[in-house]
Design a protein around this ligand. Sequence first.
Ligand code: NAG
Ligand code: NAG
Ligand code: NAG
Ligand code: NAG
Length: 240
Amino acid sequence: MKILLIFTLSLISGPVGCVDVIGYSGGSIILISNLYWGSANSNYICKVENRECTDLIRLNTGKNDFQVERFMLYKNTAGTLTAFIRKLKPQDAGMYRMGVGTQRYTDVTLKVVNDSCCAGPKIMNAYRGQNTSIICNYPAVYERNYKYIQKLDNDSVIKAILDPGSKSQNSRFSISDDSSAKVLSVNISDVREADDGVYLCGVYNTVDSVDYFSYFTEIQLHVRGETFIHGVLNMYEYLL
Ligand SMILES: *[C@@H]1O[C@H](CO)[C@@H](O)[C@H](O)[C@H]1NC(C)=O
Ligand SMILES: *[C@@H]1O[C@H](CO)[C@@H](O)[C@H](O)[C@H]1NC(C)=O
Ligand SMILES: *[C@@H]1O[C@H](CO)[C@@H](O)[C@H](O)[C@H]1NC(C)=O
Ligand SMILES: *[C@@H]1O[C@H](CO)[C@@H](O)[C@H](O)[C@H]1NC(C)=O
């Protein structure tokens, strides 16, 4: 009887176990739960420490996204509860709980790895009209993984996905993956003002009930107009 009772309780409590995800120091992670965003309930993410869960974000309003510093919680296009953590630090490691209302939640344990490939954000400059390349070094473990490049819009909402699989013909973007050098590069031709912004390079994984993007490299591309310096740089290139 006792055994049966315990079994029943574990059925009611819902989430089973805890999901391990891997993030990179200086990178970002997007955790996609399988919980539907609650329009009438609170949506939250909290960090479990010393048996307490400290709220990072808790939304009781009708809003579909909210950002607190490096943390963002939002309803993704599939309608599920999604968390985005930027500029990961070693101290971000630990257990997070993403939940909707009082009953439904998913626990995720985040490991933050240091990898010499990808320390810190990179800053690149390009001039309007130029061709340029965004270079992402990646951890050796992802040699065979499918990789994604995404651009942040206005520092928060993810805009475009440049998919290495779909080589669209008329795009100004082309992607290549050199697995021996562990380098993913994106060539951008005829650079425009709109290309200015933050690009993230990463991989997509599924562990149990959680899908996640782990971005190991962040690149800030600054696009400038034609300047005198541009001419000087060009001359310098010819001299070389
Ligand atoms: C990763 O690097 C940071 C800063 O460089 C350091 O504080 C931390 O202890 C390192 N963590 C591991 C697991 O090596
Ligand atoms: C970017 O975000 C800021 C603050 O949230 C907002 O005021 C601004 O209008 C946004 N800009 C664009 C282009 O969406
Ligand atoms: C990107 O540009 C470099 C030269 O800048 C070229 O060698 C490389 O083949 C290009 N890659 C793609 C995928 O177009
Ligand atoms: C820029 O890239 C485009 C498309 O790949 C190519 O046609 C053009 O010649 C390149 N321009 C320069 C200056 O390299």
